[in-house]
Ligand binder design. Structure first.
Ligand SMILES: [Zn+2]
Length: 685
């Protein structure tokens, strides 16, 4: 089996050296290859061409690095040195910018503002650099005249390059004549002056059209080489009222043979703007929704933001952040600026080495393993799905994802519980699919506050009549009802839980069980604090449901006409987290096969392969950015065994410590005495 797989379908440990032009005279390919091997890489990614060529290119207007001595060919040196050590080489190209001498000869290749002027990049950069201008995605430089000619040249003269990393996931806005004409032809109207008013698929479609040409070249001329394709799984807020829609991952996967994504841990935006703690995990889960491709690549810049690219991320933060990639089935790619000799912060080189040593200990077991989850989270491209994902991770509940354009009944049927977040875009025919899923015994959790949004599945929700969306509310609560005692057992002794935002007012059917109800605001926002004499709840008890469960044929539906996912994402209160976990527990019921007892800050993911079950624990405990990896102790889990299943061994593959376990009445219970930053417990049957 293994012999039929191409190299990039095997376990990868990738290190990227983002070279600076002035690194060239300092580079010793043999030393770079040796150090890459010592750092645990089996693949390196290195600059080859585009803005700067690192080999003596013959393609006209392909600018060759002036700091590379005449007669030198750094790409060739790297290929020879790495291949001698069995390290694969991915060549990096970026055609998004070009030098001004190229502009003077080919002004038509460059991107324009609405007023026709050029789009310079880094004009104020100190150091006497020549000017760079943004090139147009729809014009010659990024396509036949230079970009494709360069890739052709590489495939002809460097047939041993193992893969191409085309750093072209996104396209800049351009108002040049070609773009104007193309826009008019595509949409029947002139291109708007503001990028925020572009048709939502404009930039992505231009990007795909250009990439298609590269992919056509690769798959016909070099089908066994890696050609990576970027994806961004959620809406991207670019500021200035401009939001890029999430990439259609299915579409992206058609113009490459492996997906990659960047989960950047940017700390230089300040502590108040830290990226979500589970972002690498969620990105890997989204990338894995495409069947037929290897697991996605998670590109982690090992620095605390591009402005601080000359130093490394704090190592404890880097390790916990990066461990999520492999722990969620992805291939890890560490990105550094320069190479070992020009990287001044040697601490991060040690961090990358430590990470790769851990990856080595789990990669054979993880090779071609499948996620073992019982919950499927449907995905749109926004806040609510991210809130659910975070809530599930914080409750140690493993889940798979599926986007609205991937919706299939057969895939849903693999999971006893399917979660529909608020704002999910129901595709055509969704009503029938969900009805069949529930009728056949599936359990559905639906979050939503508007009858219009929920109209395809309104008949499954256990309500009567309309759902009326409320205004944005503050100072409001939910009351746990006697039927919802199971919620109280998780929450502890409280009748009320905080609530904010919108509620979908509705009436439950007579046989619908109501677990929680709405408590109206006691004050407007400007007077919640004073006076306390008037803080009484005006209506302490209502019949308006916030959590209800009804049956439909063989299945069950839990309807949550409020926004638990957004509340958890925005406010992070543990009550919101507990409720999300409780909803899943209620709907999984007896079927729940895995219970994990660990702090919230420990992420769990679960895979299975043949006779193995692989449980990852990634320790994110502590205030971020993590200053230390605080060990956690006595992490317990219990697993319901299948009929006749015998446990042969339970081992902690990264730490190597013994794992104490026992089997009673068909349930395996085990305990990991100490968790450092990451471990994988392997249960062998
Ligand atoms: Zn253009």
């Amino acid at each position: 089996m293994n012999s039929q797989r191409l190299w990039w379908q095997m376990p990868l440990r990738i290190i990227q050296f983002n070279l600076q032009s002035k690194d060239a005279p300092l580079m010793d390919a043999e030393k770079i290859a040796r150090e890459s091997e010592e750092m645990g890489a089996n693949v390196i990614t290195i600059n080859a061409g585009g803005i700067v060529a690192w080999y003596p290119s013959k393609v006209r207007f392909h600018y060759v690095n002036e700091y590379m001595e005449d007669g030198r060919d750094i790409l060739r040196e790297i290929l020879n040195a790495c291949h001698a050590r069995n390290i694969k080489v991915i060549a990096r190209f970026d055609f998004a910018m070009a030098e001004d001498y190229i502009y003077h000869q080919n002004p038509q290749w460059f991107a324009r503002k609405p007023d026709g002027s050029l789009i310079p990049r880094g004009n104020d950069r100190p150091g006497l650099w020549r000017r760079l201008y943004t090139t147009c995605i729809n014009n010659g430089y990024q396509n036949e005249e230079v970009g494709l000619a360069v890739i052709n040249e590489i495939l002809d003269n460097y047939g041993d390059v193992d893969g191409i990393f085309w750093n072209g996931g996104y396209s800049s806005s351009c108002w040049c004549g070609v773009c104007q004409e193309k826009y008019l032809k595509k949409y029947g109207k002139p291109i708007p002056e503001k990028a925020s008013e572009f048709e939502t698929d404009w930039l992505a479609s231009c990007n795909t059209e250009s990439t298609q040409k590269y992919w056509d070249l690769m798959r016909t001329k070099a089908p066994d080489k890696l050609f990576t394709r970027y994806y961004f799984p959620f809406k991207l807020d670019l500021g200035a009222n401009m939001t890029l829609p999430a990439d259609n991952i299915n579409e992206r996967s058609k113009t490459g043979n492996m997906l990659c994504t960047e989960a950047q841990d940017v700390l230089s935006h300040g502590q108040k703007n830290l990226p979500e703690w589970s972002e690498p995990a969620i990105r890997m889960k989204m990338g894995r929704t495409v069947e037929g491709l290897p697991s996605p690549i998670g590109i982690i810049h090992a620095q605390p933001g591009m402005d601080w690219r000359h130093v490394g991320l704090p190592v404890p933060e880097f390790l916990y952040w990066s461990a999520q990639i492999k722990a969620n089935g992805g291939a890890h790619w560490s990105t550094l600026t320069g190479f070992c000799d020009t990287i001044e912060d040697k601490r991060i080189l040690d961090g990358v080495t430590r990470l790769n040593q851990m990856i080595k200990k789990v990669e054979d077991d993880m090779d071609e393993a499948n996620c073992a989850s019982q919950v499927q989270l449907l995905s749109d491209d926004g806040t609510y799905v991210q809130g659910w994902a975070d809530g599930l991770i914080s409750n140690h509940i493993e889940f798979d994802m599926m986007t609205h354009y991937q919706l299939e009944l057969e895939k849903m049927k693999r999971y006893p519980v399917v979660v529909v977040p608020k704002g999910f875009v129901f595709p055509e025919d969704a009503g029938r699919l969900f009805e069949e899923y529930v009728a056949g015994g599936g359990h559905l959790i639906v979050e939503g506050t508007s009858g219009i949004e929920l109209s395809p599945i309104l008949h499954l929700l256990g309500t009567e009549g309309q759902i009326v969306c409320s205004e944005q509310m503050v100072a409001t609560y939910q009351r746990i009802e006697p039927a919802g005692n199971v919620l109280r057992t998780k929450l502890g002794e409280t009748n009320l839980v905080p609530l904010r935002g919108r509620v979908g007012f509705c009436v439950p059917k007579s046989d619908t069980e109501v677990y929680a109800t709405w408590v109206p605001p006691f004050a407007p926002a400007d007077s919640v604090g004073a006076p306390p004499e008037r803080a009484s709840l005006p209506a302490a008890q209502t019949q308006v449901p916030l959590c209800m469960v009804s049956t439909f044929k063989k299945g069950k539906v839990m309807f949550l006409p409020y926004e638990p996912s957004r509340l958890f994402r925005e406010y992070g209160l543990d009550d919101f987290c507990i409720l999300i976990g409780a909803y899943i527990d209620i709907m999984l019921g007896e079927k729940k096969h895995l219970e994990v007892d660990a702090p919230r800050g420990v992420q769990t993911s679960v895979f299975k392969k043949d006779n193995l079950l692989l449980l990852h624990f990634v320790n994110g405990v502590g205030q971020r950015p993590l200053k230390e990896n605080i060990p956690c102790h006595n992490i317990k889990f219990s697993l319901k065994l299948e009929l006749g299943q015998q446990v042969k061994d339970v081992a902690a593959r990264i730490s190597g410590q013994p794992v104490y376990y026992e089997v009673n009445n068909g349930v395996l219970t085990a305990e990991l005495a100490e968790l450092g930053v990451w471990d994988m417990v392997r249960v062998e049957f």
